[in-house]
Design a protein around this ligand. Structure first.
Ligand code: DER
Length: 227
């Protein structure tokens, strides 16, 4: 599958940026999974670094490789955070993230990082956020129906995310996700602020002004887009 090959290509390129002794943020999703496997290979070759995972799933994958996991207690600053994205807006490099359900921890880790490097296949590049992805919004369970109504007032069509068994999906933090279809977003900076100001909203998958660099893998190789 060429898209999986592209994800893997971008992930390996980003993993090569990890230096001895770094504190590394481990993203979530399929592209990040390739990155974690590559870091596992480098760990087996003797590279030593510390890692902070953005999901239980990524933590499990890293542990299986013997990668040392740490917390913010002793490592409040991350040198390099590597993560995927659902959409990357050309020009601004603003993101939609959260299809994997880890957006809250992902944003906390990105915010704690000197550098936030995003790894994508070329299909993720869009002229405007909302091009083909809804904005995942993490909300508290209590009163989620009211929070959904307030998101509708912002112009969204919110859908409660369900797990494979048809029950409401619970994030690692025990919250719910409303996938909010806003259509194409003209002003994602303003929208991100409006979403955050709704009581009951914990965090949204709009990552605004946080991206340091995007590694895009395409048919004609790798591109590095710098913020
Ligand atoms: O859920 C997330 O934020 C993931 O990083 C997602 O945005 C990218 O997942 P993918 O690499 O499986 O496409």
């Amino acid at each position: 599958d060429p898209r999986e090959e592209q994800k893997r290509h971008a992930a390996i390129e980003a993993a090569s940026m990890v230096r001895e002794g770094m504190v590394v943020g481990l993203g979530s999703g399929t592209t990040s999974a390739y990155m974690i496997d590559e870091l596992g290979r480098r760990w087996a070759e003797g590279l030593r670094f510390s890692a902070i995972p953005t999901s239980e799933r990524s933590a499990e994958q890293a542990r299986a490789h013997g990668i040392k996991l740490v917390t913010f207690a002793n490592h409040p600053l991350i040198d390099l955070d590597i993560d995927g994205a659902d959409e990357v807006e050309m020009g601004t490099l603003n993101l939609i993230k959260g299809r994997g359900g880890a957006l809250f921890r992902e944003k906390i880790v990105a915010a704690a990082s000197r550098r936030f490097v995003v790894v994508v296949d070329e299909s993720k590049l869009v002229p405007r956020l909302g091009h083909h992805m809804p904005v995942p919004v993490e909300v508290t369970t209590f009163g989620w129906e009211l929070t959904a109504t307030r998101l509708q007032d912002l112009g969204a069509r919110p859908t409660l995310r369900l797990d494979p068994h048809g029950a409401p999906f619970n994030t690692d933090g025990g919250n719910l996700i409303l996938d909010c279809n806003f259509g194409e977003i003209a002003d994602s900076v303003a929208l991100a602020g409006r979403i955050r100001s709704i009581v009951g909203v914990i965090e949204s998958g709009l990552f605004i002004g946080r991206t340091s660099e995007v590694i895009v893998a395409g048919r004609d190789g790798l591109k590095h887009l710098m913020a």
